[in-house]
Design a protein around this ligand. Structure first.
Ligand SMILES: [Zn+2]
Length: 380
């Protein structure tokens, strides 16, 4: 009985600690437009690691984006690397970034993606390094995942040569959903130029906006052709999609024919298609008058999670694990490029990127236990 109650106290303490850490992180509005706040969020993590002896904390900066790698001294390629990001998407109308706790959930911008998960991996790293100093576990924290990871995880792996045996990235899937593949991504900008004229005499001009809109439809139709007519919300949505996310012109006058226009498409594609195949197809469909500039791009990736992690998840949750193929991309893809296996699952989260984004507190403790048990199996 005494042991049980001690464990309960430990668990309650863990939950209180993870909740407080998450809420402190949510308070920092670490968005794209606020470089100081992104730096502050990385600083916050660094401060929590300072009390640990024998840990080397490397701070990095690429084009204004801060990141941090914490490793035991003398270890440069940890067997296990936890990886998370502290940036959150912009909420233009929000005056204050903060959270509430209701019905067992922490609700606030970034709680689910992924400040709650950062709290967990920070606490795991801290506990393991104090309990078993020098254990071959590392922690990488970046601040540009939401804009593509170029100056975060890509930078750490490609430019700084960071490697590990196994990466754990709690930024996709769910508690019992282990991600095995992610779609490829292409964000592409389309531009047209025309000739301005009075709106009453459009034949004198060349409407760049109209021209662009005419080209968008066949592109959308082409990439959406494999989409099933009925989409099962719980199914895995392993088909190519294309959606127009931005359309604009510099023209602001109602009776003026616009002489420039721009659109951005977000295309998510499945293998065997590749970035270059998708770019070529967009160029072909857009035709010669439309400029095509690829922006963010990523090949489809195959994640290869550790079967031991899968078994441990089933053992801790008492429920079977589903392997899923994800529509969204994550930083996991950079590890895949170097042949590093990734465990990509996470606590239960919802309303991602909305104001009322949430993370389920109980599932945070369960995810902690999954990782903790996995590490015990690896390092016992
Ligand atoms: Zn994320």
């Amino acid at each position: 009985m005494a042991i049980v109650s001690a464990n309960m106290t430990d668990r309650n303490e863990l939950i209180a600690r993870l909740t407080a850490l998450t809420r402190d992180l949510v308070l920092i509005p670490s968005t794209e437009s606020r470089p100081d706040e992104r730096r502050r969020a990385v600083e916050f993590v660094a401060n929590h690691l300072e009390a640990l002896d024998g840990i080397d904390i490397q701070r990095h900066r690429s084009r204004g984006y801060e990141s941090l790698v914490a490793l035991p001294e003398g270890v440069d390629q940890p067997e296990v690397l936890f990886c998370g990001h502290v940036d959150v998407v912009e909420h233009a109308h929000l005056e204050r970034y903060g959270s509430t706790v209701e019905n067992g959930r922490i609700i606030g911008p970034g709680a689910g993606d992924m400040k709650g998960a950062v709290a967990i991996i920070l606490e795991l790293f801290r506990q393991w390094q104090s309990r078993q100093p020098g254990v071959s576990i590392g922690l990488a924290i970046t601040s540009d995942e939401e804009r593509g990871g170029t100056d975060g995880v890509r930078y750490l792996l490609e430019d700084q040569g960071l490697r590990c045996g196994q990466a754990i990235v709690p930024d996709g899937g769910s508690l019992n959903d282990l991600t095995v593949a992610e779609k490829g991504v292409l964000h592409v900008r389309l531009t047209t130029m025309g000739q301005t004229s009075h709106g009453a005499r459009p034949w004198l001009g060349d409407n760049a906006l109209q021209r662009l809109l005419e080209r968008l439809q066949p592109i959308n139709d082409h990439f959406m052709r494999d989409r099933p007519t009925h989409i099962d919300p719980d199914g895995d949505h392993w088909f190519t999609t294309c959606t127009t996310t931005i359309v604009k012109t510099s023209n602001t006058t109602a009776n003026c024919v616009p002489d420039d226009a721009e659109a951005v498409l977000d295309i998510r594609f499945t293998p065997p298609a590749s970035v270059s195949m998708i770019v070529d197809k967009v160029k072909e469909l857009a035709g010669p008058v439309v400029g095509v500039q690829p922006m963010m791009q990523a090949e489809p990736s195959h994640l290869d999670p550790d079967p031991v992690f899968r078994d441990v998840t089933e053992q801790v949750t008492g429920r079977p694990v589903r392997t899923v193929r994800a529509s969204g991309g994550s930083d996991a893809r950079f590890f895949c490029q170097f042949g590093i296996p990734v465990n990509l699952s996470r606590p239960n989260v919802g309303q991602l990127h909305a104001d009322d984004e949430w993370i389920d507190i109980e599932s945070m403790a369960v995810y902690f236990e999954i990782c903790d048990t996995y590490l015990r199996q690896k390092f016992a």
